[in-house]
Design a protein around this ligand. Sequence first.
Ligand SMILES: NC(=O)c1ccc[n+]([C@@H]2O[C@H](COP(=O)([O-])OP(=O)(O)OC[C@H]3O[C@@H](n4cnc5c(N)ncnc54)[C@H](OP(=O)(O)O)[C@@H]3O)[C@@H](O)[C@H]2O)c1
Length: 293
Amino acid sequence: MASATTVASTVASTIAITGATGQLGRIVVRKLLARVPAAGIVALVRDPAKAADLGVAARAADYGRPETLTAALAGVQTLLLISSSEVGQRVAQHRNVIEAAQRAGVRRIVYTSLLHADRSPLSLAPEHQETESMIRASGLEWTMLRNGWYMENHTASARGALAAGALIGAAGAGRISGAPREDYAEAAVVALTGSGHAGQVYELAGDTPYTLADLAAEIAGQGGKAVPYRNLGLADYAAALQGLGLPDWLAGALAAWDVDASRDALLADGRTLSRLIGRPTTPLAAAVAQALG
Ligand SMILES: NC(=O)c1ccc[n+]([C@@H]2O[C@H](COP(=O)([O-])OP(=O)(O)OC[C@H]3O[C@@H](n4cnc5c(N)ncnc54)[C@H](OP(=O)(O)O)[C@@H]3O)[C@@H](O)[C@H]2O)c1
């Protein structure tokens, strides 16, 4: 693997993706490669060794180490800033990336924000609001991809629910406009490679909302076994998740997000995602089939 410095000086890059070795980032790179020559794509990654299979140049870039970021952004015109997974650190980390982008002369930042970030009750919202504000104040062009819930957050429970004979949650009858990472990644590729996206805020969500009872019914139908949905209160659901081995903070956060979802915090009916990607979003049945398959 070439060093970060060597790569920076030899690749005439135009589009860079942070978090490129993450689940969303990997799909974005794969889909970008179908539209853009590999020489026009740069993966910005914490650990270049993990990027060897991406098929594009990789540069070391750690959100927490500003000195890595300016060099990593050399020659980049359009940057996909995939929000950090280090919840609680994200404002400082994203600020580092935005300031480095300013120094490096990046033209546009495309940022993966949160559905209805400006008014979402989710505890995740403030970090996204602040990041959006910093990007707007940066003087750079921008596009906000306000991603809704990943369907995988739900379908990851499909096998466990089938085995246990029940699906538990705290989202009540809340309607959730989830879509799989594939769909959000495709929207990112459209926003990165197309024109007319500067200054746009896209509320991205699945076409057809589902409840957790719908999810349970789908799992039951495909699994050939009864899987009722059992709705729990916040504390009971958090305790159940702790019992499954999740750390306390994550169990509490997941339970609270479910309660937010019970009030339709993850619902959106604008169909912006399907308009952007030019096809209907992936239905729940297909995502469940993939999870069970
Ligand atoms: N909408 C939703 O339902 C939902 C759900 C989960 C997450 N998210 C958000 O969407 C983002 C992408 O999702 P994902 O599924 O791809 O998450 P993921 O698989 O956890 O990937 C997160 C990426 O962020 C990178 N990263 C973390 N800390 C970093 C740092 N200090 N410097 C540089 N890179 C760093 C990770 O690098 P490594 O590859 O080196 O680990 C990884 O590539 C998440 O980070 C989170 O903000 C949204």
